[in-house]
Design a protein around this ligand. Structure first.
Ligand SMILES: [Zn+2]
Ligand SMILES: [Zn+2]
Length: 431
């Protein structure tokens, strides 16, 4: 009863009118626990996602609270799909529009910022092809989850319920805030926590249901004694919270210089770190061969950059101050959230969603002469026809073109949102 009251009142995501109704009704019904959850459901009270809450945590929390609600039905339908489908569904539930909402979920509730904050200066999108209906991108983060007992205790005090954090869902073993070891398996039965409940692990609902009558708060807190583990956790936590784009090429060159300087000063690195810097140097050698005026479009695994930065810097702030030195015009990550790559390989095509007029603006800012080469991917794509269910596919197949492909469902219609820019500023200020 108390759980539903606290959750419902605190998390009502609607305007003050709705909040007042909810509060008044719930306060008069405090003694009548049956039906409270149904009442909340009828008032369309969709749980709000919490700061740093992992996308999986949110989905499983909604399902746990009311498995029969329309919100649960929507999220259950995408559980079997990849993280991009789940992010789109969660964004839609919170009425965050289109590509902007999708990227906001990726940035604030998944491990994606580790990759997304590095930008090669050419890319106009935050998540490249992930929003496109034809995307087939790799998953983000781990299926296994872990929690910090101290964070859970704080959640109970501040919110009345705990949740799984995305900053604990990556390659870390320690809570950056409390310096305690993350709990990665059930203290009652020993199995790990996974996004899917099966005989090899607990589903995430164990956070709220407990295991065999024991709550997760009953675990003993174990303080971390490994300074390197704490440094890594803080580094990743700060990178996930960083709200600006970091220039990719400048970062690689800076890390190389720093690595050489420290080596010359006598610092010893592990063979793994040495190999990482060697691979980066090969990339720089290739970039140096590109003629002035030619494309410098390239990508690099952001996680490898963070690992390299951890090897040569004390903390993320020092690293980012170095790489952004002298740059007084830092670009917020949100500046790319409304744009996605809609197609093209040698000549990449973008769509920018304009919510003030409800249209998508197509652009191909860097057309490449290589697209005309018969061996290019763009040429190969141009030779394939798209089959739309609304057209006559038979005539396409008999047109003599090479194998046709079935068109996938289009992205959602772009809404017209008169006050979107002001709302965006307010919303992202609270990230
Ligand atoms: Zn913690
Ligand atoms: Zn258990």
């Amino acid at each position: 009863m108390e759980k539903f009251l606290r959750i419902s009142v605190i998390r009502c995501p609607h305007d003050s009118f709705c909040w007042k109704i909810c509060t008044r009704l719930l306060s008069t019904l405090q003694q009548r626990s049956p039906g409270i959850d149904r009442l909340c459901s009828e008032l369309h009270m969709i749980p709000a996602i919490q700061h740093d809450e992992s996308l999986h945590s949110y989905i499983h929390r909604v399902l746990y609270l009311d498995s029969m609600s329309p919100a649960s039905a929507k999220l259950r339908g995408v559980l079997a799909f990849n993280v991009d489908s789940r992010a789109k569904a969660a964004a839609s539930l919170m009425t965050w529009p289109g590509c902007y909402g999708f990227n906001r979920v990726l940035h604030s509730h998944t491990w994606y910022p580790v990759f997304g904050i590095f930008n090669n200066g050419y890319d106009r999108s935050y998540s490249q092809r992930r929003y496109s209906p034809r995307a087939n991108c790799s998953d983000i983060g781990k299926k296994e989850h872990a929690y910090c007992p101290e964070c859970v205790k704080e959640d109970f005090v501040n919110l009345g319920f705990p949740y799984w954090r995305r900053s604990h869902n990556g390659d870390v073993t320690v809570c950056a805030k409390h310096n305690v070891l993350l709990v990665a398996s059930c203290h009652s039965c020993g199995v790990p926590f996974t996004t899917t409940s099966n005989n090899r692990g607990h589903g995430l609902e164990v956070m709220w249901s407990g295991c065999s009558g024991k709550q997760i708060t009953e675990v003993a807190v174990e303080f971390n004694k490994n300074p390197t583990a704490l440094k890594e956790a803080k580094f990743y936590s700060d990178a996930l919270d960083y709200g600006y784009l970091i220039p990719l090429e400048a970062t690689i060159r800076l890390l190389q210089r720093r690595f050489k300087y420290l080596k010359a000063s006598g610092k010893i690195f592990t063979s793994v770190v040495e190999d990482g810097f060697r691979a980066q140097r090969l990339l720089i050698d290739k970039l140096d061969l590109i003629q002035p005026g030619h494309e410098r479009s390239f990508s690099y695994d952001g996680d490898r950059l963070i690992k390299a930065a951890i090897a040569v810097y004390e903390d993320f702030k020092e690293f980012v101050n170095d790489v952004q030195f002298g740059n007084n015009d830092l670009r917020p990550v949100q500046s790319l959230w409304t744009t996605y790559i809609s197609g093209g390989y040698e000549s990449i095509q973008y769509i920018e969603e304009d919510y003030s007029s409800g249209v998508g603006i197509w652009s191909c800012p860097y057309p490449s002469i290589r697209s005309l080469d018969p061996s290019s991917r763009d040429s190969a794509k141009a030779q394939r026809s798209l089959k739309y269910p609304c057209c006559n596919p038979d005539s396409l197949e008999s047109s003599g073109l090479s194998a046709s492909v079935k068109a996938k469902a289009a992205v959602p219609k772009i809404p017209i949102l008169k006050r979107f820019l002001e709302e965006q500023k307010t919303a992202t200020a609270n990230l």
